[in-house]
Design a protein around this ligand. Structure first.
Ligand SMILES: NC(=O)c1ccc[n+]([C@@H]2O[C@H](COP(=O)([O-])OP(=O)(O)OC[C@H]3O[C@@H](n4cnc5c(N)ncnc54)[C@H](OP(=O)(O)O)[C@@H]3O)[C@@H](O)[C@H]2O)c1
Length: 376
């Protein structure tokens, strides 16, 4: 039996046999104990989801719309039915096997780590959530490209009244990321000049809006004149079309030659070295994304030391909100920024979850503006 079908068999066994053991008060698995169980009816409908299943990492059509078994929620887990799913560029790395701080489990696998839904069941020990609650999450474990899934209660958030599910699916991960990038990776001060790449993208628009509210001057890079106007409307003071103008020159001009305090570097390979050229001494490069590919290695003496004792970091959301207190605090600040009218969700694209292949093709083309959500 090949690796794939063996893995699939184990998964089905966990989903169905595991449930029988749990119903009988025994430990789920190993299959060798099957003989000792009394037969119980299984409601297979409750345990089967449609999902975008990947059997081999690759291009967008590596995702296939298939049945995916979901076992009953284990201890500490919540069963939820998705109502909206956030599409993130990192999903394309996970699908394709591009290097990313969060590893992808072996295939077959369902990717995605941002979702909004309704609670349909809770596992042992879960007291904070009950059936019917509106909930949301934005950190792994992966598995949001599905109709139903189990998710750890200690990483789950209640949805505030008055916030729409599509809006939260578009804003939660990107907004929490913007919050920690602007307040913790580097604490933006009024009067700072900052550089935001891909300023009309999902992350870029949120960074521009929030940084403007903090009193920063924002230089933002984009690929077209139309995107420059989208970024300007979100608070970007100096949109730069990268193919027409040097963003290093614009930053130097705006800062009287000093350089910017921080660069929010999302493009990676194509721009990292010029981003370092844009920084003031002791400036911070927050290399939080790499849409053009992982950047070349950085020489800490030549690239950082010689340019002016620069700092560089590769921040990732799952580390910044790994502690429950940080997750709750950051989400609270995000929800407040939405309520205060600082942030607009910019949900510009909606696809049915079954059409996730098209959604991936669209964001990888680099032509989208703002956020994309998937609807199960
Ligand atoms: N570290 C974290 O915690 C964290 C959290 C969220 C997102 N991220 C990362 O942030 C980056 C941006 O995310 P996003 O949600 O803003 O993505 P997005 O909405 O899809 O925007 C990406 C933009 O990048 C630009 N781009 C430049 N070169 C590109 C290329 N070769 N292929 C595709 N796009 C290219 C395009 O804008 P122009 O046409 O204007 O160039 C495109 O619209 C991603 O790398 C993502 O993984 C990191």
């Amino acid at each position: 039996m090949d690796t794939f079908s063996l893995a699939r068999l184990h998964q089905l066994a966990r989903a169905h046999i595991g449930k029988i053991f749990v119903l009988n008060g025994l430990q789920p698995y190993p299959p060798a104990k099957i003989k000792r169980i009394r037969a119980e009816p299984i409601d297979r409908g409750d345990d089967m989801s449609k999902a975008q299943v990947i059997h081999e990492l690759g291009p967008p059509n590596a995702m296939r719309w298939e049945d995916w078994p979901v076992p009953g929620p284990g201890a500490g887990d919540v069963r939820l039915r998705h109502t909206a799913i956030g599409l993130n560029f990192a999903d394309t790395y996970h699908r394709a096997g591009v290097s990313h701080p969060w590893p992808v489990p072996p295939c077959p696998v369902v990717i995605g780590f941002e979702g909004v839904g309704i609670v349909e069941g809770v596992g042992e020990g879960v007291t904070e959530f009950r059936n019917g609650d509106r909930v949301a999450y934005c950190i792994p474990p992966l598995g949001s490209y599905s109709e139903i899934r189990n998710y750890p209660a200690d990483k789950l958030l209640h949805l505030p009244d008055g916030l729409g599910e599509r809006e939260v699916a578009a804003l939660l991960l990107k907004g929490i990321t913007a919050q920690y990038l602007l307040h913790r990776t580097y604490a933006v001060q009024p009067g700072d000049t900052i550089l935001v790449h891909a300023a009309a993208g999902g992350m870029g628009l949120i960074l521009c809006q929030w940084a403007k509210a903090l009193g920063a001057t924002v230089v933002g890079t984009v690929s077209t004149g139309e995107k420059a106007e989208v970024a300007r409307a979100a608070g970007c003071d100096h949109p730069v079309v990268r193919s027409r103008e040097s963003f290093v020159d614009v930053v130097r001009e705006v800062t009287d030659g000093e350089g910017c305090a921080v660069v929010y570097e999302a493009i990676g390979k194509d721009t990292l070295q010029q981003s370092l050229d844009s920084l003031r001494p002791m400036g911070v490069c927050a290399a939080y994304g790499h849409v053009s590919g992982p950047p070349d290695p950085v020489d800490i003496i030549q690239d950082l030391g010689r340019r002016g004792s620069l700092f560089i970091t590769r921040p990732a959301i799952m580390h910044y909100v790994a502690k429950r207190g940080d997750l709750e605090r950051t989400a609270h600040e995000l929800f407040k920024a939405i309520a205060d009218g600082i942030l607009d969700a910019n949900v510009n694209y909606e696809y049915a979850l079954k059409d996730a292949v098209k959604a991936h093709e669209a964001i990888e083309s680099g032509t989208t503006r703002g956020a994309t959500v998937l609807i199960p």
